[in-house]
Design a protein around this ligand. Sequence first.
Ligand SMILES: C[S@@+](CC[C@H](N)C(=O)[O-])C[C@H]1O[C@@H](n2cnc3c(N)ncnc32)[C@H](O)[C@@H]1O
Length: 210
Amino acid sequence: MQVFYATEQQVDWSEFHEYCSNYGVRFPLIAKRLACMVISSGTSPNSLDILSHVNLSNGIPADWITERKLLYKALRSKAAGSLNLSFLTDDWYVGVLARLHINAFRIERVDQDDSEDILAAAAASILGESILGSAVYVLPSMYNHDCDPNVDILWPDNASANLVARRSIKSGEELHITYIDASMAPDKRRSFLEEHYGFTCKCARCRDGD
Ligand SMILES: C[S@@+](CC[C@H](N)C(=O)[O-])C[C@H]1O[C@@H](n2cnc3c(N)ncnc32)[C@H](O)[C@@H]1O
């Protein structure tokens, strides 16, 4: 079910949406949703603080500052000073984006008819044809990555995330998902995780150089 917040419907988002569409970025749209939830008292500005965030040792991406300004401008134009946007600082936006980058899930459609056709499903995934959107789920954000995961997160019906075991799991065993295409070669996996997620994988496969 799609939920709209009052602020979301009142604002002219054309410039903000055009930017997201031109640059093909989805995380600003989640930040926008979160900002509207905060303004509508649906959540606290700090609601994502419990999640891990990417390491920003190379500095804050300039795009994030631009996006924050566009988001603020859209909200401020409609709000005409009536809304409290004091939370919507560069620090807040950077904190949100830094968390979305390692915690947001790409929601992909699982076509039941094609579930047997693994190659077709993989091709659709790579081409982005099966992507419905991106979302953050607090509990699944706690799952660590493993290049030989024991569970997958799937979306068979809607945006509700389903956890599906890949094999039998012992009581007390940690659940791991894969953040990447785990069929890549070890050096590719390592560099991808370091570049996009900011950590060096310590899973058993990587330790063994497999
Ligand atoms: C989405 S969070 C996972 C939950 C996180 N461990 C926590 O306690 O909030 C991703 C972060 O967990 C750590 N992490 C996840 N999988 C890892 C792995 N295979 N090797 C090393 N660090 C990992 C990294 O610090 C990464 O930035």
